[in-house]
Design a protein. Sequence first.
Length: 151
Amino acid sequence: MGTKDEEIGRNVAQRRGNRSQQEIADAMRLRGWKWSQATVWSVEKGERPLRLAEASDLAELLGVRADSFTENRYQSSVTSAFLSALSAEERLQAAMEEYLLAQRVLAAIAGEESEQTALSEDVAEGVRAQLETSIEVVARHVNRRQGSTDG
């Protein structure tokens, strides 16, 4: 069983995500701490304790609660999965907005009747189908595909 400092270090590393240790050190230096990349590494390995005042600034920097650094493995796993789902939700929202914009552009372009005769029947049918596709239909399609990969 690891020490509390090692547990805190694992949580810091997990909360850091894909940001580099150098990036975190630079940001902490801007907040007045004498941190280097080696400091971040030492904290994450549990070789250097994370001071309470540092934890407050680090938590703010990472967008988490300071007490999340002291979570046990189970709590930390749940928090990590939650943050991952939240991030995926943000990407999904952006993708849905992009999809709806693309539909509107397609509708505007395809709505020019004078040009519709230039479309083959297959393409015209594809355009009609695309314009009739709602976000709900896309979600049902994704759920069906997910269900087929789970079994």
